[in-house]
Design a protein around this ligand. Sequence first.
Ligand code: 0O2
Ligand code: 0O2
Length: 211
Amino acid sequence: MIQHWDLFLAPYKQAIDEMKVKLKGMRSQFTMQSEHSPIEFVTGRVKPIASILDKAARKGFSLEKLEEEMQDIAGVRMMCQFVDDIYRVVELLRIRNDFEIVEERDYISTKKSSGYRSYHVVIRYPVQTIDGEKKILVEIQIRTLAMNFWATIEHSLNYKYSGQFPKDIQERLVRAAEAAYLLDAEMSQIRGEIQEAQAIFSRKKENKDTD
Ligand code: 0O2
Ligand code: 0O2
């Protein structure tokens, strides 16, 4: 069984590794041109087997049809400084021709009832294997650092409480999500000033490097 899972998950792992190189490459291109990068950092993971089984049971997916039904066995996350950057990243993904976009879910204009905000793009990504090409689904979550902060903490508390939050904690999480939203709004407003400071910093660094 373990060997079966290894075989099943191998192309997902390969897709994550490749996507991380490609998306981090986009960041390097912006940095090289001394432009503000809409991508702050990129992470990726293959869903642990226990989580795959849990989610399949919860959603009634049949294990035979997992590759079509579970869209986030391979997951990539792109973190941005500003909300506007998220939409810029989505545009950058749309113009690529090394994968096909299957679905987009905008939980930013319509946040989830938990308070969760992020932009999800599901792609069909071709992996080259020794047995030929295999197309697999990869879920890309694009979010600001503030959205990521909130989601990471809410996610770990979710494990602790198995999704059943006591009422007061639930209310606090909703308030914290509002605070994260306000932080994003505030940061966008002072964005111009931040960018100016970053440009000065990177010019200083360049001068220092060439000294
Ligand atoms: P850098 O530029 O050195 O930070 P891999 O070893 O390639 O399989 P990777 O990419 O190291 O895996 O791990 P993962 O978990 O996919 O992504 C972690 C990356 O996210 C690391 O970058 C972390 O530095 C970066 N990261 C995590 N949290 C933060 C954060 O709060 N701020 C910033 N700026 N980066 C963060 P790398 O790849 O080590 O590159
Ligand atoms: P992981 O690996 O633990 O993060 P569903 O799973 O029913 O919510 P669906 O249709 O699979 O929904 O897709 P959706 O909601 O677009 O994406 C699911 C993923 O989004 C989750 O993966 C989380 O990563 C993230 N997410 C969605 N809602 C929330 C939320 O309220 N809080 C947090 N922290 N993350 C959320 P999984 O399955 O939890 O996997």
